[in-house]
Design a protein around this ligand. Structure first.
Ligand SMILES: [Zn+2]
Length: 341
């Protein structure tokens, strides 16, 4: 094997690239990074389908996915179901990549959401980190890496990556802005970090290949902003009554945390779910009768920075995830209502 790094692509859907960015300050002491609004609901079971792969490749993949499953409040079910949330190809000509978190639900069901073209070290764990909503640690804006852009672009254009400049910029040089992520300081041990040599940077920072989850990876993924064991889950989600006389009032503790609700749509029709109040929230709707099938998401279509979803639904059970996205931080008060229009 060449000693050049093999690196991975986290694919971001075009709609998310276009999404207007907010300015905010991230505080706190936990270090993995997660783009806001791409996490699954806490306690979700994600179904996985293999598209090819040898028994050995599939076994490695299952084992490394389990590293996250042991720590986070989520499960993977490798049932090869036709409408699996995560679909994994093993195309050795297509590198290693994954869509991030709930973006996987935006991909047609007959297409992979992840490719494991190689399985060196902790590659499968790294890609599953993307699939549950994590970004690249080396793109952490608090990382302090000063890239030697020319060297990085030249090196990534060679084997085994063959990336053009735009791909290199997106995957390595581009940093998420602090407003786009949950998390703070740089974690040199994170599985979400690429291996790269010191010659790639102007300030002599090199990284090692991390092949297992770091202590901070585990702490972050099990923390309040991701998948806490003690947090509310889809089974304990508060019930919203459709067309209730009063709006349901709530408070989310901190920036980045989430509340979960469920409601039953009694018959087919057009429904509106909206929030009110001073807290900027991101709203996501899953269903029918599924905690992982993302139907709609919204940030700011409601009044001020409130969220609003108008959508045609068939009768069934639905889940609503409300994520605190208040730039100013603090305790987030809001109210929520579901109406059949
Ligand atoms: Zn990656």
């Amino acid at each position: 094997m060449a000693d050049r790094p093999k690196v991975c692509i986290d694919r971001i859907l075009p709609s998310h690239l276009r999404r207007p960015q907010h300015t905010l300050r991230v505080r706190g002491g936990i270090r993995a990074v997660a783009p806001i609004g791409k996490t699954w609901m806490n306690g979700s079971t994600l179904r996985v389908r293999f598209i090819g792969g040898t028994p050995n490749e599939q076994a490695i993949t299952r084992e490394q996915a389990g590293w996250w499953g042991q720590t986070a409040n989520m499960k993977f079910e490798f049932d090869n179901s036709p409408n699996a949330d995560i679909r994994i190809a093993f195309d050795s000509n297509d590198g290693a990549w994954s869509y991030v978190g709930t973006d996987c639900r935006g991909i047609p069901l007959n297409q992979p959401t992840m490719n494991l073209g190689f399985l060196d070290g902790g590659t499968a764990a790294h890609e599953f980190g993307h699939a549950i909503g994590l970004a690249h640690e080396h793109q952490n804006p608090r990382g302090g890496i000063q890239w030697n852009e020319k060297v990085v672009i030249e090196e990534l254009a060679k084997s085994p990556n063959f990336w053009d400049e735009a791909t290199a910029r997106h995957n390595v040089l581009h940093k998420y802005s602090v407003d786009q992520i949950n998390g703070t300081d740089f974690d040199p041990d994170s599985i979400m970090l690429y291996f790269f040599p010191a010659s790639w940077t102007r300030n002599g920072i090199a990284t090692k290949a991390n092949e297992v989850l770091s202590a901070l990876d585990k702490q972050f993924i099990a923390g309040a902003k991701m998948y806490p064991k003690t947090g509310a889950t889809t089974t304990s989600a508060a019930v919203l009554e459709v067309n209730a006389k009063r709006r349901t009032a709530a408070t989310i503790g901190k920036f980045g945390e989430e509340d979960l609700y469920r409601f039953s749509a009694p018959r087919d029709g057009r429904y509106r779910i909206d929030t009110r109040g001073p807290t900027d929230v991101v709203l996501k709707l899953f269903g029918p009768n599924s905690e992982t099938a993302l139907i709609a998401e919204d940030d700011d279509s409601g009044i001020d920075t409130n969220a609003l979803i108008n959508v045609d639904l068939v009768a069934g059970q639905y889940f609503v995830q409300v994520r605190h996205f208040n730039r100013a931080g603090g305790r987030g008060k809001y109210s929520i209502k579901v109406q059949r229009l």
